[in-house]
Design a protein around this ligand. Structure first.
Ligand code: ZN
Length: 858
């Protein structure tokens, strides 16, 4: 099973057969579900001599018939080859599978007594023998029979045709039939059955068709669906308004599932969600949760066109649907909430996760050219950098051409399994541009370093840029890329003398001149973060302070503040310097200014993460010390709290939301500023304000931020107990309880606390959310994970070894916590290496984890 063979993009070959239609019957049983498939195949006469190969994994075959006879079958790694006529034929097959024992959560499995599926990328092969590849598309009809279990609700893709339930008569099998008129690849197949309750609504599409909407949840969760439903309706409307995309079935169902390896899945007409990504209420969800839920609902819904109607030819093209859909959901959030805040949040996340990936042993192109296990490539590079590429393309061709190109894409490729070449071609055909240089962004890994020098002479101002991308695994040499650099120029008095212009850099080194300037301007470079690069610019403290106060581009205004913080922190870490007063003053001026958006001020109060500081030090040729980084951050936070005491006391009082809780951008911005002030004051008042907030909070945003503050201040014991007592019935809130205790712990305690929590009766290794809330929280705790004893590394390794046989996908994903190990000192490197090798030596380690660890070890 774990054959570990490398698959290459260049080896792509079509399947060789065409499917007319697929009929599936499921006889559900927790440990012995029968799956009967009837499929009509015919040869693809464009492709000759292809053996008939079907994927399958862990299937107990009951019978296989080709045109009514038993064919000759040859077992191959990962599937079977079958002797079939080179003519149309009928495939009939019955297999047995065991959903109860499926802890990997791929294929058909059970979660809290309910049946559900996850088939992307290659889970359908665990359901039945099938050409489980995205370029094989077919119409599915699905009959679900429930003979034993209490499964009043049974759903699949498409439209429900027939629903027969007789709960009173045990001997009558309940069944439903679903038919999906849209041809789709197997990875979009879904089935759900169980005791579920619907939160229902309706949506009328732009052409006047009425669609039945439902969010299905377990009894007890029905009061947490309203927000998700609103988000769904807004998404449907937005995709009509902005992209002209209409929904195409009579029903649209969303199901919340507690055990899920990722966020959510866009199965045609039947999206399946991790319950943490759809269930929401003010008492149990934070402002951040609400925003994320809205974005994920939009994301999965938008996949209906970018992913489902137009899918991917093969998994190397994953960014075709994911990069574009992330870009679309970011546009949606920017429209629904605050565009600058969304952009700043996204860039923080990109730098935190994608830059780290791009600068380490796991670096890979947005379109990889080889993989062992495709699940390992659902990465920040494919998703988030993939979305940045769409943004750059839009900047380069302009908004109108982007809209035309997308119209052509939908028009030309509807019903196709497409490639990145197809995608770029629609832009070339729309604009007449040659995008071959742009394509390097898809093919070459690594984050370009963009350095800039300027020169002012006789009214002309010249910016000279150099680009250089460091080597990544398997790619020594990098070619210059086309980089859209959005630039604005300011006068020293603060006026903008040059509006944002996009410079198009195509060479390794290139100059751009602005004429007719009276004085040397202050440049604002890479506005709105116009390209995913690391900008290397020697900007002095005064200029950054000037830009923080005057730049008209909100992103770069935030960036200037971030530069100041970074510069101060680096000096503190490297030279033991005191926090710079220029930084403290510039930030204070901004904080005090009530004309400034509270959300923006809260963002400006943020500090670079421990990981970003470590990477920056490493890039500058230093060995980062996680303890020193942590200490510098603590010192700076303390100094800021003391310096700003009066201001933050005022802000805290002034920015309390008095209206009824609403998870909108305005209220959440206000709360984030007040809570930032509260957590700063917490350093000065012995936890007084935090305790008061904890005692009176009527929403989770307020309650959880107070809990975090109390834990950080070292006086959270009582709140931790009370929080548990209040919420022990709510698994999503208890996930927060697990995380908070680890994330806010002192670094020296983090591993001990995490270890203790893995012994808690509510801890279960089998639930990915709980596992991430505990072990994932440890990996995010910076100095706590990296404590010199190696306790953090050991605890994570122990748990990864325990999880791998149960759930390879989540295990492999969490191995990435070790990806930056080569940055650190030799003691830490040796400790990590020993753990990586210990995990790798585990007998029967999954293909997923084996590939990850091998790449991380390099
Ligand atoms: Zn997606």
């Amino acid at each position: 099973m774990a054959d570990g063979e490398t698959i290459y993009l260049k080896d792509y070959k079509p399947f060789g057969w065409i499917i007319d239609d697929v009929h599936l019957t499921f006889r559900l049983h927790p440990t012995a579900t029968r799956v009967i498939s009837r499929i009509r195949f015919r040869p693809d006469y464009d492709v000759h001599d292809r053996p008939f190969f079907l994927h399958g994994e862990g299937l107990k075959t009951i019978s296989i018939k080709v045109d009514g006879h038993e064919p000759k079958i040859y077992e191959e790694p990962g599937g079977i080859e079958v002797d079939v006529p080179h003519a149309p034929f009928n495939w009939e097959c019955e297999v047995e599978i065991n959903p109860q024992d499926n802890t990997a959560l791929e294929g058909l499995y059970m979660s809290n007594g309910m049946y559900c599926t996850q088939c992307e990328a290659e889970g359908f092969r665990k359901i039945t023998w099938y050409p489980d590849r995205p370029d094989v598309m077919a119409q599915f009809t699905v009959r679900i029979e429930s003979t034993q279990e209490h499964t009043p609700v049974m759903l699949s893709n498409g439209n429900g045709l027939l629903y027969h339930t007789d709960l009173t008569q045990d001997q009558t099998p309940n069944y439903t039939i679903y038919q999906d008129p849209w041809p789709k690849p197997a990875y979009l197949f879904a089935l759900v059955a169980g005791d579920l309750i619907a939160h229902e609504d309706k949506f009328t599409t732009m052409s006047g068709k009425e669609v039945d909407l439902a969010i299905w949840v377990r009894p007890g969760d029905e009061d947490k669906c309203a927000f998700g439903m609103e988000a769904l309706k807004k998404s449907m409307k937005w995709d009509e308004d902005i992209y002209g995309r209409e929904y195409d079935l009579d029903e649209f169902n969303i199901v919340a599932v507690d055990d899920f390896n990722m966020g959510a899945m866009e199965n045609k007409g039947l999206n399946i969600f991790n319950s943490s990504c759809v269930l929401a209420s003010p008492e149990t969800s934070t402002d951040m949760n609400f925003e994320r839920i809205e974005a994920i609902i939009a994301h999965e819904y938008f996949h209906n066109w970018t992913g489902n109607r137009i899918t991917c030819r093969d998994w190397f093209q994953l960014c075709l649907k994911e990069g574009l859909t992330v870009f679309r959901d970011a546009q949606f959030t920017a429209d629904m909430r605050s565009a600058p805040v969304k952009r700043i949040d996204d860039v923080i996340a990109l730098r935190g996760r994608q830059f780290r990936e791009d600068n380490g042993p796991l670096a890979h192109p947005v379109r990889p050219d080889s993989f062992v296990e495709i699940n390992n490539f659902y990465t920040a590079t494919v998703y988030e950098k993939g979305a940045e590429l769409i943004g750059m393309l839009k900047t380069l061709v302009g908004d109108d051409a982007y809209t035309k190109a997308l119209d052509l894409y939908f028009d030309r490729h509807d019903g196709d399994a497409a490639t990145i070449e197809d995608w770029l071609k629609v832009f070339e055909d729309t604009t007449g541009r040659d995008l071959s240089q742009f394509k390097r962004w898809y093919e070459q890994a690594g984050t370009p370093r963009l350095s800039v020098k300027d020169d002012f002479n006789d009214g002309s101002y010249t910016l000279t840029f150099k680009q250089q991308t460091p080597p990544t695994p398997g790619q020594e040499m990098k070619d210059p890329r086309v980089i859209p650099i959005a630039v604005g120029l300011l006068n020293p008095n603060g006026d903008e003398v040059q509006d944002t212009t996009v410079l198009e850099m195509t060479e390794a080194e290139q100059s751009f001149t602005f004429e007719g300037l009276a004085t040397k301007p202050v440049p604002s470079i890479l506005r709105d973060f116009s390209a995913p690069v690391i900008l290397e610019q020697d900007t002095d403290t005064a200029t950054n302070a000037f830009l923080l106060a005057n730049d008209t581009d909100p992103f770069n205004r935030w960036q200037a503040g971030d530069n100041l913080a970074l510069e101060t922190l680096l000096a503190m870490i490297r030279d033991g310097a005191a926090p710079s007063s220029a930084y403290l003053d510039a930030l204070h001026t901004l904080l005090r200014d009530d004309t400034q958006d509270p959300a923006f001020r809260a963002l400006a109060l943020g500090l670079p993460s421990q990981d970003e500081l470590a990477q920056t030090l490493f890039d500058q040729g230093q060995t980062p010390d996680p303890d020193a980084i942590y200490e510098a951050l603590e010192t700076l936070k303390q100094v800021r709290a003391e310096a700003y005491q009066d201001t933050i006391t005022r802000l805290h009082a002034q920015y309390q939301v008095t209206a009824a809780y609403a998870p909108n951008a305005e209220q959440s911005g206000t709360r984030s500023l007040a809570n930032a002030a509260m957590s700063m004051l917490n350093r000065l008042d012995g936890g007084h304000l935090a305790q008061e907030q904890f005692d009176h909070a009527d929403n989770m945003t307020q309650q959880l931020s107070a809990l975090g503050a109390l834990i950080s201040a070292g006086n959270g014991a009582d709140a931790v107990t009370r929080f548990y007592e209040q919420w022990q019935h709510d698994r999503l809130v208890i996930d927060k309880w697990f995380s908070a205790q680890i994330i806010h712990a002192a670094p020296s305690d983090a591993a001990t606390i995490a270890a203790r929590l893995t012994e808690h009766p509510d801890f279960t290794i089998k639930n990915p959310n709980r596992f991430r809330a505990t072990l994932g929280a440890l990996t995010m705790s910076g100095a706590g994970f990296h404590q010199r004893s190696g306790a953090g590394y050991q605890l994570l390794a122990d748990n990864l070894i325990a999880l791998d046989p149960l759930n390879p996908q989540t295990t492999a994903r969490m191995c990435t916590a070790f990806e930056s190990w080569k940055r650190y000192d030799t003691t830490r490197q040796d400790l990590i290496k020993a753990q990586l090798e210990r995990i790798l030596a585990t007998p029967d380690l999954s293909r997923d984890s084996t590939e990850m660890l091998t790449r991380i070890l390099g």
